[in-house]
Design a binder for this molecule. Structure first.
Ligand code: ADP
Ligand code: MG
Length: 373
């Protein structure tokens, strides 16, 4: 439906605000963009209705490159809700809600019906509130009007930039609930910006986590909680949420780990062979002098080549080894270890430094311990 392909934004002052943003929003999906202040959420969103133009990359809606569309027409087909809703103070609520349909020259009966329908949808009786002015409504009521105004012209896409952030916690939760209910009926494609993880988890079909102008992880709320991509996502989700999630039904990956038998990448093969024999292992885990994981060298590869005095471990190791991140869920370890030709999988931290390995026998031992306990 909406597709970003390698979208970059460099502002006039040279600031590189978005770096190769690539993602899709499916039709009828509510996608939440979340990230700390300054991570590029608003910039990303405002590109969809061409309030900001990309420096590089393309954005398509239903396969059509939006840079080739008339921006004004485009904007009329996309609803937009922002924090300061900007209801026009001298227009009544009904006039505010019907603003875009009137600009689009809808017939009067059509937009009057539409306004009534929408006001009922958010629990504001048009007979009671329709002729009032915005200042005669509470903050929560005004924001409901902001939301339905964005829906009035029946856009396929709605953009919402922190629409509930200025509200008190109770109104805020009510509006979140209403949005979820509303979306069940209207099934619009919605891009919703927030910096509040509770809000994201509550309303999103999928969550796109941004940091410093990049997409860090894009997945369903459930998968993000179960498998945070890195330490940043983890801390953004918050430890208490991780604790409370299903992920605790699996052991922590670090509980499954055992220390690796490691060797430096520049070690000669004859020496390496001795090490393999003395430690009684099948393979060495190869690291550089900073303990950054480099690859795996098996006894067979070492044995085959050890007479060549020039060769070092880095010349013969397998450097395209599947690894685990230490925050990965344990279930992933079970899967990868099963698939591994080495019978074990190295575990690395966010700097690719080796933390340990998970082996078939360490998994079996863990299972046995669990059963015994
Ligand atoms: P968010 O909505 O995630 O808080 P924004 O998309 O508003 O972040 O901004 C992303 C970054 O781009 C910020 O560092 C912001 O200061 C910068 N930025 C936004 N607009 C401009 C601009 N017109 N010129 C220069 N920098 C900008
Ligand atoms: Mg913003």
């Amino acid at each position: 439906m909406i597709e970003f392909k390698e979208v970059n934004k460099v502002f006039q002052d040279g600031f590189h605000a978005l770096k190769d943003i690539t993602f899709k929003v499916e039709e009828g999906e509510l996608l939440v963009l979340i990230g700390p202040s300054g991570s590029g959420k608003t910039t990303t969103m405002r590109m969809i209705n061409r309030l900001i133009e990309p420096t590089k990359g393309t954005i398509t809606i239903e396969g059509k490159d939006i840079s080739k569309e008339d921006p004004v027409k485009l904007r009329r087909t996309i609803g937009y809700v922002i924090q300061q809703i900007g209801l026009l103070p001298h227009m009544t609520i009904k006039e505010n809600v019907s603003l875009v349909p009137r600009l689009m020259k809808w017939k009067k009966e059509r937009y009057i019906d539409k306004v009534d329908e929408l006001m009922h949808m958010v629990g504001l009786d048009p007979e009671v509130f329709g002729e009032r002015y915005p200042s005669e409504l509470s903050g929560g009521q005004q924001q409901r009007i902001g939301v339905i105004r964005a829906l009035a012209a029946e856009p396929k896409i709605i953009l919402m930039d922190e629409p509930f952030s200025a509200l008190d916690p109770i109104s805020r939760e009510q509006l979140q609930d209403e949005l979820v209910r509303l979306q069940r009926d209207i099934q619009k494609t919605i891009v919703f910006v927030t910096h509040d993880m509770d809000e994201a988890l509550k309303i999103a079909d999928r969550i796109c986590i941004m940091k410093d102008g990049e997409v860090v992880q894009l997945d369903t709320p459930e998968n993000i909680i179960r498998r945070p991509a890195n330490e940043f996502v983890r801390s953004f989700i918050g430890e208490d949420r991780l604790q409370g999630s299903d992920s605790i039904s699996f052991p922590k990956l670090t509980k499954l780990m055992v220390p690796a038998v490691t060797a430096g990448e520049n070690r000669r093969l004859a020496e390496s062979l001795k090490m393999i024999r003395s430690k009684r292992v099948n393979s060495l885990v190869v690291v550089d002098n900073q303990n950054v994981f480099q690859g795996i060298a098996t006894v067979w590869d070492v044995q085959k080549n050890y007479k060549d005095e020039e060769l070092m471990l880095k010349d013969i190791m397998d450097s395209s080894v599947v690894t685990l991140q230490q925050n990965d869920p344990a279930e992933k370890a079970f899967q990868l270890v099963n698939e591994s030709v080495y019978g074990f999988v190295p575990v690395i931290d966010e700097h690719r430094k080796l933390v340990g390995i998970v082996t078939r026998s360490s998994l079996v031992e863990y299972m046995v311990d669990e059963i015994v306990e």
